[in-house]
Design a protein around this ligand. Structure first.
Ligand code: FEO
Length: 384
């Protein structure tokens, strides 16, 4: 696919994958993007997943024919992009591989060699001239591995952004960008907000007309929409007004409280209520909702002196991604020695700028009249 007269997309779509990175459900598959710049020198940007080496090389040859690329530029060493480096280097023995110093360290780990006679190590601000196109390298550590770099091509104002601005789904998946880009962001890069902020600051100094990520579509219109969302997400600010309710329930009593709260929130005029049963939902969707909305309710039973396992896992996902800046309400259930509220608060005690509601719901086994009043009070406080 042609992106400009000289820049082409030569990546592939994976329609068969079920779990990306071994954990994220991808019902609409995944795209592994790779780009080609044809100028006086020919540069290939990144490779693709191991399964697609043949297709990728064919995509490349369909455009350059018998010509040989001069450079293979590696922005990220995670195998969904790097798996075919060795294959490429064998196919094109005169090509030079261009990457950050840390990438070459990883190349040796993955392939047993860092191609010492065919390598060009680049660092922040260095340039590579291809003819009428010039690439400037921008280091982007921890977005999403330490060796990551982006490159900016100045004649076309194109940013090759590595994993940033990517999404789940094949390139031809018919869906809006934000939903699966948000789930991707919080699932994969959410822990590294400070590092994303650092690279956004560098990007703000560039005139960008097009973003070419390693997953998802090329972005070329209304770029401030995407950049603004990345700014919101990486600064851990809520994107939308609404309440995410994430719960577990063993025999349906905690779930009944959740449904009553959902109803009460709607009656209070709450902008949006997103309910997730953590035992059955896609946990990454629930994580996405917790970061998307400004209020979160956690509802769970006491279990083995702690909280129910799916809630424990969810709390881990939140805290390891630096959850903060939200209002949190708690519904706890326990038939004897209820501990859930205490355990949730202890789990979140190092999460900055969380405001716990004064109203709480304390169920002992099944809902009673007092609990119904507590639920109404919680809904009221959340919608003040
Ligand atoms: Fe798409 Fe971090 O690899």
């Amino acid at each position: 696919m042609k992106i400009t007269d000289c820049i082409h997309s030569v990546g592939v779509n994976d329609y068969d994958i079920d779990l990306f990175e071994g954990q994220f459900k991808v019902e609409k598959g995944m795209a592994y993007n790779s780009y080609l710049i044809v100028d006086e020198k020919i540069a290939v940007m990144d490779t693709v997943d191991k399964k697609f080496g043949d297709v990728w090389l064919k995509n490349l040859k369909d455009i350059i024919g018998d010509k040989a690329p001069d450079y293979l530029i590696i922005h990220h060493m995670e195998p969904d992009h790097s798996a075919n480096i060795h294959r490429f280097m064998e196919e094109y023995p005169d090509a030079t591989v261009v990457a950050s110093a840390k990438s070459f360290g990883m190349m040796k780990q993955f392939f047993g060699t860092d191609y010492p006679d065919r390598q060009l190590v680049v660092s922040e601000g260095e340039t590579l001239n291809l003819g009428s196109h010039t690439l400037t390298f921008v280091m982007a550590p921890m977005v999403h591995w330490p060796e990551v770099m982006m490159s900016y091509e100045s004649s076309t104002k194109t940013l090759f952004s590595a994993d940033a601005f990517g999404k789940f789904g094949t390139g031809d998946a018919e869906e809006a960008w934000a939903c699966e880009a948000r789930r991707y962001y919080f699932g994969i890069v959410g822990k590294f907000g400070a590092q994303v902020q650092a690279v956004l600051k560098k990007a703000s100094a560039l005139s960008i007309e097009r973003i070419c990520p390693l997953h998802g579509p090329v972005l070329s219109e209304n770029l401030s929409y995407y950049l603004d969302l990345y700014h919101t997400w990486s600064s851990y600010l809520p994107e939308s007004k609404g309440v995410a309710i994430c719960y577990t329930s063993v025999y349906g009593n905690t779930e009944e409280a959740v449904r009553l709260l959902e109803q009460a929130l709607k009656e209070e005029g709450c902008e949006k209520v997103a309910v997730s049963n953590l035992a059955r939902c896609d946990m990454a969707e629930a994580v996405e909702d917790a970061f998307r909305y400004d209020r979160l309710v956690l509802a769970t039973t006491t279990y083995n002196g702690g909280v129910f396992p799916f809630m424990q896992e969810f709390l881990h996902h939140l805290t390891e991604r630096n959850f903060k800046n939200r209002t949190v309400g708690i519904i706890e259930n326990g038939s004897w020695a209820p501990m859930a509220e205490k355990v949730i608060k202890a789990s979140l005690e190092k999460s900055p700028n969380l405001k716990f509601t004064e109203a709480g719901v304390h169920i002992k086994s099944a809902l009673n009249e007092e609990n119904r009043k507590e639920i109404l009070a919680l809904a009221k406080e959340l919608c003040q």
